[in-house]
Write a protein that binds this ligand. Structure first.
Ligand code: C2E
Ligand code: MG
Ligand code: MG
Length: 745
């Protein structure tokens, strides 16, 4: 406290003050004091008494009111008044007390200090008023010597200052609590860092320009260096986010940030601040350009807030990592299946009718994995992922399964042709080039369900159809497909139960030699009689058995039944009658098909050449080498091989040469009109071809005598058809054989 040395304790109010002399020109740093008194003399005397007073480094500046009413107005207009020296009795006996009430109750100002003064001791306010309204002091004017006045004012302003600083701290802490809670709501680094800068400037009540800086590696995508990058910014004219701090071209800021980072300490200057944040693996510097120097309280508040920020920043990184683990594919960094479902959710719900979603399934990817190892497989998948991202038009690509990718894009861009084009060139993995084919399933917005999971299911249905369609490698989802899928699922269930309940039977259709009329063999054909006694055609249930994989078990059973039948025929002295069995592709794919057949032959003790396997050309198309290898092995054990439905498929003649064949079967399609003029060309060609290749030839589906006659003319060896006999149960077949033997004797 600085007061004039020659203070006189007994110096009371004097009337020769000069206001002009004591008004402080520098208002900013002054404490504003309001003198309220209806006696003008009191104003000048008070001012004079306090003229040299400096409180906590600041001078006093005065405002004057001469009535309670004026005082209220001035207080309302000047929020920075810190002290009111208030006369109690003015226009009314309690005018001063009304001002007190106005300050505390109406304006709700708790911090303004009030010193009550009265000329008449009898007008002293109640003690309760002093307590209730937080009155600093109550003095009679006569009590107030200059020294006492100075002491009273000094104490009041000091108390104001303490209250103000407590209030500032409290408000700051409230801001920190609220700001930290708000920050908790942000889960991406981008959102969190931007919001941090907002909260920080809000805390110090300054519209400061700021930068959130960190070293790039591991923080900024594709940045592998340790130079400083701007993660977020507030203010600054140029866009800096995700760019190097250097791009700001401000050496001063650059150096400040670096210094703060190396010294690991906050640096407060009058015009700027650099704050250092460290938690776990994460280090950050926040730079602020100040518009005014920070108060001590503000600095303390910042320190408190920084601890919250550091924790929040680490958390948001951990959250990001968790998020990546949950939604990103580790190998390709593409969105994973879960993320794709979310994308499909948006696709399903948005109103853009031009969008399409697709699944891409690589064909035979597992072969690459098995043959060349997972490393090469992974490289191949990464190469495919990279190429898919070149589709353009903002197509979103995801990896939804081992070798299945998902794409969402506009229908003009995401077309079967565009996808097919991506697979034209081989992919590079390791040292090698891999030509890869793929199947595509699509679902347009028009047919899309409203939930992502269901849309995924819809595209899957289309993809499965694409996989089964041999000519085209894509399919679009159609609601009818779903009915078909449901139907198929029911059939699979029913077939599985009926097979387990022995409802499948093997029937036999005789095959005859055209020259002798003898039965030389029979084709074994499956029959499915349901519990209701209804027959379901093999043309219907065989594809379902193949699709579900059930054909493997059923096929084994057929081979055993056929071998048992051969055995029984042998025992009845039909030891030249062959039995032909149809074989499907899944049976070959299983790998131990050859052994299954050889074991059956051994088990039933039959001569191998009495068993013949019928394969169709389509089997060859899928996996020619697997089939050729298996058949060559079987052939080496003397098992017969026939090519079924010849002429209807797409196999090349090249494969024909490689297959260890015994017979060609002319499909019924080329037999039906064979007796008509000019309609026998194909049958004729097949017969010639088989002769040249030294193969036997059998015609299927003979229903009329004319067809038989024409086949004799063409030199066909053998026949099978309703004209001779329909497929029949094994007991009837025995009877048929007996009758035929008698006929041919
Ligand atoms: P596929 O191997 O070509 O069998 C010949 C089909 O033609 C049989 O039909 C037979 O009943 C029918 N057929 C024979 N002669 C005539 C005729 O003169 N006129 C007419 N309209 N049809 C005749 P099915 O028994 O309905 O079998 C259909 C297909 O189901 C078979 O064609 C074969 O591909 C498949 N299949 C049947 N049994 C088995 C089996 O055990 N395993 C496998 N993988 N497929 C089987
Ligand atoms: Mg057949
Ligand atoms: Mg056939």
């Amino acid at each position: 406290m600085q007061t004039s040395e020659d203070l006189q304790d007994d110096f009371l109010f004097i009337d020769d003050s000069d206001e002009d002399e004591i008004i402080d020109g520098n208002n900013e740093d002054a404490w504003r004091v309001l003198i309220v008194d209806d006696d003008p003399e009191i104003h000048s005397v008070t001012q004079l008494a306090l003229s040299d007073l400096i409180v906590l480094g600041r001078r006093l500046e005065y405002l004057h009111a001469y009535s309670g009413e004026d005082a209220c107005k001035l207080i309302e207009q000047n929020p920075d008044i810190v002290l009111v020296l208030l006369d109690v009795v003015m226009e009314t006996d309690d005018a001063g007390l009304n001002v007190v009430k106005y300050i505390r109750e109406d304006l709700q100002k708790e911090d303004i200090r009030i010193v009550l003064r009265t000329g008449q001791p009898g007008y002293a306010p109640e003690e309760s008023v002093i307590k209730e309204y937080d009155i600093n002091d109550y003095k009679t004017k006569t009590e107030l010597t200059r020294r006492k006045l100075v002491t009273t004012v000094y104490a009041a302003i000091r108390s104001y200052q303490q209250i103000a600083s407590v209030t500032e701290s409290r408000r700051g802490l409230e801001k920190i609590v609220a700001g930290s809670a708000r920050l908790l709501g942000f889960h991406t680094i981008n959102e969190f860092t931007n919001a941090s800068l907002e909260e920080l400037t809000n805390l110090i009540d300054q519209d400061a320009d700021c930068l959130f800086c960190a070293q790039g590696q591991g923080i900024i995508e594709n940045a592998n260096d340790l130079s400083f990058y701007v993660i977020a910014q507030k203010g600054f004219s140029s866009l800096l986010a995700k760019k190097k701090l250097q791009s700001l071209h401000n050496d001063q800021i650059n150096n400040q940030v670096k210094a703060c980072f190396t010294q690991k300490a906050n640096q407060y200057l009058d015009d700027s601040v650099c704050l250092y944040l460290a938690k776990g693996l994460y280090r950050v510097v926040i730079y602020l350009t100040l518009t005014a120097p920070l108060s001590d309280v503000q600095k303390q508040l910042i320190e408190v807030f920084l601890t919250r920020l550091a924790v929040g920043y680490e958390n948001v990184h951990l959250f990001q990592k968790l998020n990546n683990a949950a939604y990103k594919d580790w190998l390709t960094s593409l969105p994973n299946r879960l993320a794709f479902v979310h994308l499909l959710d948006k696709f399903a719900k948005n109103n853009d009718g031009d969008d399409v979603a697709a699944l891409i399934d690589l064909n035979h990817f597992s072969d690459v994995n098995d043959a060349l190892g997972q490393d090469v497989g992974n490289q191949l998948l990464a190469a495919v992922a990279q190429r898919l991202q070149t589709l353009g038009c903002n197509c979103k690509v995801a990896r939804v399964g081992a070798d299945v990718f998902g794409v969402i894009g506009s229908k003009d861009c995401l077309t079967p042709a565009a996808l097919a084009q991506l697979f034209e060139e081989p992919f590079v993995a390791g040292e090698q080039n891999f030509p890869i084919n793929a199947c595509f399933g699509f679902c347009t917005k028009k047919h899309a369900n409203i939930s992502g999971v269901k849309v995924l299911n819809q595209i899957n249905i289309a993809l499965n159809l694409a996989k089964k369609t041999r000519l085209e490698q894509f399919a679009y989802y159609d609601p009818d497909l779903e009915d078909e899928t449901q139907w198929r699922l029911n059939m699979i269930r029913q077939l599985r139960t009926d097979f387990a309940n022995n409802r499948l039977e093997l029937w036999y259709q005789p095959q005859l030699s055209l020259s002798s009329g003898r039965v030389i063999g029979a084709e074994a054909l499956l029959r499915w009689r349901t519990a209701e006694g209804k027959f379901i055609s093999p043309a219907v249930f065989i594809p379902i058995a193949e699709y579900s994989g059930l054909i493997i078990e059923i096929g084994d059973w057929v081979v055993h039944q056929a071998c048992a039948q051969i055995k029984q025929l042998n025992e009845k002295n039909f030891d030249q009658v062959t039995i032909s069995v149809n074989v499907s592709i899944p049976q070959f794919r299983r790998g131990n098909f050859v052994n299954t057949v050889l074991n059956a032959i051994k088990e039933h003790k039959i001569t191998p050449n009495l068993l013949e396997l019928e394969i169709t050309e389509n089997i060859l198309m899928d996996d020619p080498q697997v089939v050729i290898d298996a058949l060559t092995q079987l052939k080496s054990h003397d098992i017969g091989i026939a090519l079924d439905d010849f002429g209807t498929g797409f196999s090349s003649l090249n494969y024909l040469q490689k297959l260890p064949l015994d017979r060609l079967k002319i499909d019924r399609a080329f037999v039906t009109n064979i007796a008509k003029e000019g309609q026998s060309v194909i049958a004729e060609t097949i017969i010639d071809l088989s002769k040249k290749m030294n193969l036997k030839v059998i015609a299927e589906g003979i229903e009329e005598t004319e067809q038989q006659e024409r086949l004799i003319e063409l030199g066909c060896d053998e026949v099978q058809g309703f004209y001779f006999a329909k497929p029949m149960p094994k007991d009837e077949f025995l009877v048929f054989l007996e009758n035929n033997r008698l006929k041919c004797q």
